[in-house]
Unconditional design. Structure first.
Length: 157
């Protein structure tokens, strides 16, 4: 199983999402180094670091194997994911209110993306733990992350 890591920069501009494709890297470490280089550049440093995303993809794997999904279905799935993550993180807000926190919303988007690209509970748990540590400066127990990853992967089936 070979992976590549896509680095993008996305931000809201005039009610649309402006996305810049920055590069494809052979390792997560190389993508992280590129992110650091870009963040130092004029223009990029004017936006929060959370505008950068590193997206891992397995080579030769379909990304939409279940077929087309409507916006309503995506919303319902994202709302369900948010409820599961809110429970884990002790967030007592309705999903729509939790989404107002930019870093938390980013974490949810990343968890959603990876949960549809992996069946590896351990990989998803590690990523959940990493995201909370990096973006919310909160350490969540590994066992809790494992239980949450199991719930998320069971929910997607």
């Amino acid at each position: 199983m070979r992976k590549i890591y896509l680095l993008i920069h996305a931000y809201e501009f005039c009610d649309t999402i402006e996305t810049k494709f920055l590069g494809i890297y052979s390792t997560s470490k190389k993508a992280q180094a590129a992110k650091k280089r870009y963040y130092l550049l004029e223009g990029f440093r004017q936006y929060p670091e959370s505008c950068f995303s590193i997206l891992p993809f397995e080579l030769d794997q379909d990304q939409w194997p279940g077929g087309f999904v409507s916006a309503d279905e995506i919303y319902d799935e994202f709302r369900a994911l948010t409820i599961i993550i809110n429970e884990m993180a002790g967030v007592e807000k309705a999903p729509e209110n939790a989404w107002d926190d930019e870093d938390y919303y980013y974490i949810l988007c990343e968890i959603s993306r990876l949960s549809y690209n992996t069946d590896d509970i351990s990989e998803l748990a590690d990523y959940i733990q990493q995201l909370f540590r990096e973006y919310v400066k909160t350490q969540i127990d590994r066992e809790i992350c494992m239980e949450t990853a199991k719930k998320l992967l069971q929910h997607k089936k």
